[in-house]
Ligand binder design. Structure first.
Ligand code: MLT
Length: 399
């Protein structure tokens, strides 16, 4: 008899964004002529930067030629991309990484789900509520106990330090879903907590490129001591339109260790490398050439332009929502707006009404955790005219 992993039975029936997609699909099937505007899942609408398109075309040519064809690449990623990351994303902030500390992957979602492979299932885990569902679901799948740290209007969406020792803590800044950020001082409190309690922080910096205010930290390694207690994840999805191409990376510092049950300290870099070599065959050469191209001066210019476009959407939407009387967090250093909805409706009811009455897709806050009910999330990744149209339509829905 084959036994299942019963932890799966503790999950909600569907992944949040599949639930939303199914509801939208059903609505469209009944209303084929409806013009539905999606501000739901954070899928970008601007195409890949031209530099990446050109680099990928060139890479395809190489792959089609016997002299330049490449088979399996290094599981950890090609040096050309790793070097570009270290030189551009870290060195200018005073962070020195070694090439073997950066692991290229097929995206931050996979890495944040997979990283749990190297940790015992008895670790206690902490994460904010609301939270990107992958952290919660992937830990539930292996039966870890999760402590949620509520973030709401009362604490300005800044989680309090846990009142007990937690072994692994997930932090995502700029935050998905609330769009809020942590100051250096706030982030330092977490690093200090982790060092004091021998905890590990998994720091998801997927939205780092959206930070506008100069004093906001871009990497957890800007905080002293973080290389001893933190893994950092990054993504090219929202930075450079790689949602459908898939590329990200994970930094696991060499000096980062965790304990065996007998107290022996083991290098996490070694374990992650071992895990990747076994279960992952590397991100495609073509994809990595496309990602490398965004670090050229022209690439940086093109990326900044697109991010500026989305941030303008965020500003326009935030202003409209505030005019409509909503309280809105985020949207200043992140592509997400976290909107307080009237107490008279649940977040799924609000979702249904916006879909049915305004043909606008939002993400119900409850999908991100219990503290998310009473809120919805909007993304700024749409076409500008769609974002504005969505705001006009939402205005006419009276709650
Ligand atoms: C989101 O909408 O939260 C993200 O697009 C999901 C993801 O990146 O996996």
């Amino acid at each position: 008899m084959t036994l299942i992993n019963e932890n799966f039975l503790n999950l909600t029936n569907n992944y949040l964004f599949s639930d939303v997609a199914n509801k939208v699909k059903a609505y469209k099937a009944c209303h084929p002529s409806a013009e539905v505007i999606s501000l739901g899942i954070g899928d970008v609408t601007q195409p890949l930067p031209l530099v990446s398109v050109d680099a990928m075309k060139q890479a395809v040519e190489e792959m089609g030629c016997p002299k330049t064809f490449r088979g399996y690449g290094p599981e950890q990623g090609y040096d050309f991309l790793i070097d570009a990351i270290i030189r551009n994303d870290y060195l200018p902030r005073g962070i020195k990484l070694k090439p073997n500390e950066v692991f290229i992957s097929d995206g931050a979602k996979s890495d944040c789900g997979n990283i749990g492979d190297i940790f015992d299932s008895c670790n206690s885990v902490g994460m904010t509520d609301p939270v990107y569902p992958v952290y919660a679901d992937s830990n539930m799948m292996c039966g870890r106990t999760i402590t949620y740290l509520p973030c709401n209007i009362a604490n300005d969406f800044v989680p309090s330090l846990p009142d007990k020792k937690l072994d692994i803590i997930y932090l995502c800044y700029p935050n998905n879903p609330t769009g809020t950020v942590l100051t250096k001082a706030e982030l330092k409190r977490w690093v200090d907590y982790a060092l004091l309690n021998d905890s590990l922080i998994i720091y998801d910096g997927a939205y780092e490129a959206y930070i506008q205010e100069p004093q906001i930290p871009h990497s957890i390694y800007e905080i002293d001591g973080a290389t001893l207690c933190a893994i950092e994840l990054r993504s090219f999805s929202k930075t450079a339109g790689f949602t459908g191409v898939r590329c990200g990376y994970t930094v696991v510092p060499e000096e980062l260790t965790a304990s065996t049950r007998h107290g022996e300290r083991i290098s996490l870099n070694h374990l992650w490398n071992r895990r990747q070599c076994t279960k992952f065959n590397g991100t495609s050469y073509i994809t990595q050439r496309g990602a490398e191209a965004i670090y050229t001066p022209e690439g940086q210019k093109q990326v900044k332009q697109v991010i500026g476009y989305y941030m303008q959407n965020a500003r326009l939407m935030k202003d409209s929502l505030i005019d409509m009387g909503y309280r809105v967090a985020g949207g200043e250093n992140a592509p997400y707006l976290w909107v307080k909805i009237p107490d008279s409706v649940s977040s799924w009811q609000f979702f249904d009404r916006m879909l049915n009455e305004a043909q606008v897709v939002v993400t119900p806050g409850l999908g991100f955790g219990a503290s998310g009910d009473g809120y919805i999330r909007l993304t700024a990744f749409g076409q500008q005219e769609d974002c504005l149209k969505a705001m006009r339509r939402m205005k006419h829905v009276k709650m």
